[in-house]
Design a protein around this ligand. Structure first.
Ligand code: PXP
Length: 237
């Protein structure tokens, strides 16, 4: 299954009552049991959902691949070097945003990112960068020798059906093809749900998907196992 499940919003629910339920570790294990090939979570500067303690527990429990999204800051790097997830995904972060709003400016921050990425990789942590479909950003990721990129599907997911959405899909397709030609492993994610994922799943150069909100929302109604399997079925194109 080319699906990594982002479990952040199980923790959003937990934090709504400052409770210990639902437990993100249990969510991760059930997602893996339903066939997920990886577990993703985002530790934010404001710790609105995932906390350091969750990361340590997830590191102990996750048997597939643990991918932690974070900003490229010194504090976050320290956390990554302690937890040692399989992957760190570098994302931009704005304090008031509801969710990540776009890709990282890899082209504009080459110098800073280069040493940041080298340090993580030297410690055995693979690095992915969340990028928009711009070719210059993808080429910047290649120069940075990242282990993977994740193409931002947000503009596609947010466009109304019609020409705008078709163009956004084409941009994802071209970006994925270019990245694959450069030898990069290509994942995609953001805003993907049960209704819009199939055209993106049909892009062969994309070998993995990171999907969170729509799976957690469905899981609240039908359970995690069904929610993950339903999404997995849509990715089998
Ligand atoms: N990829 C990245 C880099 C993200 O920041 C997020 C949201 O945390 C996702 C994928 C998943 O997006 P969604 O929750 O809309 O499926």
């Amino acid at each position: 299954m080319r699906l990594s499940v982002n479990i952040d919003h199980f923790v959003t629910l937990r934090e709504a009552r400052r409770s210990s339920d639902p437990d993100p570790v249990l969510a991760a294990l059930l997602a893996e049991q339903a066939g997920a090939e990886g577990i993703v979570c985002h530790i934010r500067g404001d710790r609105r959902h995932i906390k350091e303690k969750d990361l340590h527990r997830l590191r102990e429990a996750v048997r597939t691949s643990l991918n932690v999204e974070m900003a490229a800051t010194e504090d976050m790097k320290k956390i990554a070097l302690k937890v040692k997830p399989d992957f760190v995904s570098l994302v931009p972060e704005q304090p008031e945003e509801l969710t990540t709003e776009g890709g990282l400016d890899a082209a504009g921050q080459q110098k800073h990112l280069e040493s940041h990425i080298r340090e993580l990789q030297a410690a055995g942590v693979k690095v992915s960068i969340f990028v928009d479909t711009e070719i210059r950003q993808i080429e910047a990721c290649r120069k940075l020798n990242v282990d993977r990129i994740e193409i931002n599907t947000g503009p596609y997911a947010e466009s109304p059906q019609g020409r705008k959405r078709d163009e956004a899909l084409e941009a994802v397709r071209l970006a994925a093809a270019h990245a694959a030609d450069l030898g990069l492993e290509v994942h995609a994610g953001h805003g993907l749900d049960y209704h819009n994922v199939e055209p993106v799943a049909a892009i062969e150069d994309i070998t993995g998907f990171s999907i969170g909100f729509s799976i957690v929302a469905r899981a609240a109604i039908v359970g995690i196992d069904t929610a993950v399997r339903d999404m997995g079925d849509l990715l089998l194109i």
